[in-house]
Design a protein around this ligand. Structure first.
Ligand code: XIL
Length: 354
């Protein structure tokens, strides 16, 4: 029988991989499967022991759902509030898990005060100061940082169309190399990741989003920017088929640039799936299996994280409520912490069991 590595082995190999500057995928996959992780809702961690227990039992990686975003960390230009991020870091440390950092530059969850920035020099100063202060705090604990999140325009008009927000308005596309360089100098041990969503389908929008992302990755590589991986968020829509050929073609080009691939925010948005729970759960599992198989056939992901572990705490109803009023079921455990078919799929690719 194959001996699966213990959590401690995995942590050690992942840490070594980072220290040696090697892609963590080959090393960390000692047992043939990636590290598993979930985003964590801090308020539930203390209040709900069954939720905390599942995180401890199944995860080797945790990522705060909000605590490392600008809106949470930076109530004002003068202040950094690390209360919640430090709590999760301590929890991870206590339980032998590593953190994923999410995220240093993102248009979402920005406080208002950076909108007052007008000059390029001031923008660069604030962006770099934020990244240096935040990323230097968790060196050794953070396995990888989503340095830049969702850089591609939501509906790109052409293959260079980036999302416009405060950093593009002040720094243009240079905000991306600036952010990666600041992150590399603040945390030389972490794998640095560009994280993106909606690139796995066959529709024109997904095809264009892949093209923009590849262009961006090539330009970063050509500039010698320190980037180690691409995060596929994997907020899959249960009713939208995966473009196997398109996604694999994209991944072959990503691997040719020497980049790791991570699945960072997997869940299955089920607003358009049938009401019957068994049918719905089976469909969710099936689309996730297709997504993960499609990726693994090109390159085993170095980590698989779901955006939450239980249907009790999910962002999905904020945007994708069902018309029949039934609760969404996007995650591997149901609201009572019972494993669903999606958990078995995740376990085929990642070590999501104790
Ligand atoms: C979401 C959180 O889950 C919500 O609670 C919050 O209100 C908004 O942000 N892609 C990302 C995550 O990269 O940061 C988002 O998280 C979900 C989509």
């Amino acid at each position: 029988m194959t001996q699966h590595p213990t959590r401690r082995d995995l942590l050690t190999t992942a840490a070594c991989a980072a220290t040696l500057g090697l892609p963590s995928s080959g090393l960390a996959a000692g047992g043939g499967r990636a590290l598993y992780g979930s985003c964590v809702k801090l308020s539930a961690l203390d209040a709900e022991p069954d939720y905390a227990a599942e995180i401890v039992k199944r995860c080797q990686l945790v990522v705060p759902e909000g605590a490392l975003k600008w809106a949470d960390l930076r109530p004002s230009r003068e202040r950094f509030d690390f209360t919640d991020a430090d709590r999760l870091a301590a929890f991870a440390g206590r339980h032998g898990m590593r953190l994923r950092g999410h995220t240093l530059a993102w248009y979402g969850a920005m406080p208002d005060w950076p909108e007052a920035i007008t000059s390029r020099a001031e923008a660069e100063r604030e962006l770099v100061r934020h990244i240096e202060t935040v990323a230097s705090r968790y060196v050794g604990l953070v396995a990888s940082w989503d340095v830049v999140n969702e850089a591609v325009a939501d509906r790109p008009k052409d293959a260079s169309d980036l999302r416009s927000f405060v950093w593009t308005r002040t720094l243009g596309p240079d905000y991306i190399p600036i952010a990666f360089r600041a992150a590399a100098s603040a945390d030389p041990l972490a794998r640095l990741v560009l994280n993106e969503y909606d690139i796995e389908c066959a529709d024109e929008r997904s095809v264009m989003r892949r093209a923009v992302l590849l262009n961006l990755l090539r330009s970063l590589r050509d500039k010698g920017v320190p980037i180690h991986g691409v995060g596929l968020q994997g907020h899959l829509h249960g009713d939208r088929p995966i473009d196997r050929a398109g996604l694999q073609n994209f991944l072959v080009q990503v691997r040719a640039m020497g980049l790791d691939v991570l699945v960072t925010e997997l869940d299955v948005i089920d607003d358009k799936l049938p009401a019957d729970v068994a049918t719905r759960d089976a469909k969710a599992a099936e689309i996730a299996r297709t997504f993960l198989t499609t990726i693994a056939e090109v390159t085993p992901p170095s980590a698989v994280l779901t955006w939450g572990i239980s249907d009790r705490h999910t962002w999905v109803p904020q945007w994708f409520k069902r018309e029949d009023g039934m609760p969404n079921r996007p995650l591997p455990l149901d609201a009572a912490m019972r494993p669903k078919p999606l958990m078995s799929v995740v376990e085929q690719f990642a070590r999501a069991s104790a």
